[in-house]
Design a protein around this ligand. Structure first.
Ligand SMILES: [Zn+2]
Length: 203
């Protein structure tokens, strides 16, 4: 049986200082952690209602309204789109089903497509070149419309390994616009080589 939030909170406060701040983990041993210097944990907040997710129930869903408008590749059931602007990592694209659903509501036919598609998008991102690893991530606390992140970590930059790559993405200077567009075009071309539609975004 799951632990109620009140119990978790009580248990955590017992390990926290009087302000509710938990001790720091051994950051000095985390060579991929992007920050150094004086840090402290935030005070742990008490349990609260789950905040609503964007597009909950399919109403006013940003992704549904967007359609192919920002897609670099799509087919009848799936869309691959980038972020709105360049960021620190060489490629970030997001895979969405066209239909509004979360992972637990994905229709069986789409479930069967998902495995091959995850592999296909990962390979397409890797095809850009100079990519050390493609991280495939699904969180889902922000937007209800199912989405998988593909985050490319630059090759031969071992300090950027692991889940902190998502933070390094905000720390590194944004990719030059031209290279960003060229990378996205390469991803779209590779995806299009196995079917679907490539959407030209000027790369
Ligand atoms: Zn939606």
């Amino acid at each position: 049986m799951g632990e109620p939030a009140e119990e978790l909170y009580r248990r955590a406060l017992a390990a926290a200082d009087p302000e509710g701040r938990l001790p720091l983990p051994p950051l000095d041993e985390w060579e991929t952690f992007p920050f150094e210097g004086e840090l402290r944990t935030r005070a742990l907040l008490p349990p609260a209602d789950e905040p609503p997710r964007h597009g909950a129930g399919g109403s006013e869903c940003w992704r549904c309204a967007q359609g192919d408008a920002d897609a670099i590749w799509s087919d009848d059931h799936w869309v691959v789109a980038p972020l709105a602007r360049p960021s620190g990592l060489p490629v970030i694209v997001i895979l969405f089903p066209r239909e509004h659903c979360d992972l637990d509501g994905l229709p069986p036919a789409r479930q069967a497509e998902l495995g091959p598609l995850l592999v296909r998008v990962e390979r397409a991102v890797d095809s850009v070149g100079e990519i050390g690893r493609v991280h495939v991530c699904r969180w889902g606390d922000g937007s209800e419309h199912l989405h998988f992140w593909f985050m490319a970590r630059p090759a031969r930059m071992p300090q950027l390994r692991g889940s902190f790559a998502a933070i390094w993405d905000d720390v590194l200077p944004p990719l030059p616009e031209e290279r960003w567009r060229a990378n996205l075009a390469a991803v779209a071309r590779t995806l299009g080589g196995a079917g679907g539609r490539v959407h030209d975004r000027g790369g």
